[in-house]
Design a protein around this ligand. Structure first.
Ligand code: FNR
Length: 357
């Protein structure tokens, strides 16, 4: 087993084990959530660049689930249609396309990072929703709405509708975003979920929303389409009751029984007090190894920047996929370069062969 061993999952096979990590582009300049030329060129280049799976950025299942007004969305058929050229091009390059389905919860309605990231107020902003009224602790927090049971049902429905649309748009893999302090993570973590109804309280209560989303999506899409779930393996808040690696292993075992195919193992994001231990090379790989104890395949992400490093993660069975984020911003051809460095067959586009001889 090595980085270029194909990854088989349900009815699809990735040509190698490099996945482009989901990365927000904040590039829907019309604030309508519709994919633009940027998305086609950005994602398409990583497919030409040899990655096995090209995952979109967090793609909002409802308008209120956007982090910023420029986020990508999939809350209508028009959104799915705008994504079709992206999936078609990715497929034409021999890669699998994945879409990360997301709801930003109480971290919604902020300016994109290049504009400062502060809350958007007034007409262009909106009221975020969360497990409680407790807002994200901005300097001047945004009033936040606690989801009642009808609101929770609407969220579940929005994930299912988005999943069905994504399959129709041609995506091969769906990833449900339950990490980084966004809505589904906010329900999982006792730091943010202090509800006393069936969606709060103990582990089972806090996991109920994610489990329902996963089950409902699984029932609505073809058997052959894989579902990945991205989690934060830990809240990095050892000083208080919080989500831990042990909770993640327990969750993964449960998600396995619900038809999830892979856990994409990230960390953090639930609260600004988090204590991040280290962000060096492969800093989150040990979490992937632990979550892999659930016997579900796992993706490792965080500080994977070299062909040899990515290969090592797979060779030594630490993870099933090497998920590469920022290195793909620096080099869309990371996977082609990795194949060359590791002396593996590379899917070089015919237009580029003279560059790789
Ligand atoms: C991210 N990250 C991220 N994660 C996620 O689950 N959904 C997303 O939409 C985004 N957006 C995003 C945008 C940008 C510009 C960056 C740099 C990061 C996190 C990302 O997927 C990855 O987990 C981290 O960057 C760590 O991996 P690397 O970059 O060290 O390989």
């Amino acid at each position: 087993m090595h980085l270029f061993t194909p990854f088989e999952c349900r009815d699809v096979t990735a040509r190698n084990r490099v996945m482009v990590s989901p990365m927000c582009q904040y590039s829907c300049e019309n604030e309508d959530g519709l994919a633009t030329d940027w998305h086609l060129v950005h994602l398409g280049s990583r497919a030409s660049g040899g990655a096995g799976i090209v995952m979109t950025e967090a793609t909002a299942v409802t308008p209120r689930g956007r982090i910023s007004p420029q986020d990508l969305g999939i809350w209508s058929d028009a959104h799915a249609e705008a994504l079709e050229p992206v999936t078609e091009f990715i497929a034409s390059q021999g890669a699998l396309s994945g879409i990360q389905l997301a709801h930003a919860g109480r971290k919604a309605s902020t300016f994109r990072p290049s504009a400062g990231g502060d809350p958007v107020r007034g007409e262009s902003g909106w009221t975020p929703v969360g497990p409680t009224e407790e807002p994200w602790p901005h300097d001047e927090p945004l009033a936040t709405e606690r989801l009642d049971s009808a609101g929770i049902d609407r969220v579940k429905r929005a994930f299912v509708d988005a999943a069905v649309r994504a399959v129709e748009a041609g995506f091969d893999v769906l990833e449900i975003h339950a990490a980084h302090g966004y809505l589904l993570h906010e329900f999982l973590s006792p730091v943010t979920n202090t509800r006393d109804d069936e969606y709060g309280g103990d582990f089972d209560g806090r996991a109920r929303l994610l489990e329902a989303v996963v089950s409902d999506v699984r029932a609505a899409i073809p058997e052959g389409t894989p579902i990945f779930v991205r989690i934060s393996a830990t809240d990095w808040l050892a000083d208080r009751r919080s989500w831990t690696v042990e909770s993640s292993v327990r969750l993964a075992a449960k998600l396995r029984t619900l038809g999830v195919d892979l856990i994409d193992v990230s960390a953090g994001g639930i609260h600004p007090d988090q204590q991040v231990p280290d962000t060096g090379a492969h800093y989150q790989v040990p979490y992937a190894e632990r979550v892999g104890e659930s016997e579900l395949p796992v993706g490792a992400v965080g500080g994977i920047t070299t062909p040899e490093g990515a290969d090592e993660v797979i060779r030594n069975g630490r993870a099933d996929l090497a998920v590469v984020g920022r290195e793909h911003l620096r080099d869309p051809y990371f996977a082609l370069r990795a194949a060359e460095a590791l002396d593996r067959d590379a899917p070089v586009p015919r237009q580029y062969t003279r560059g790789f001889q």
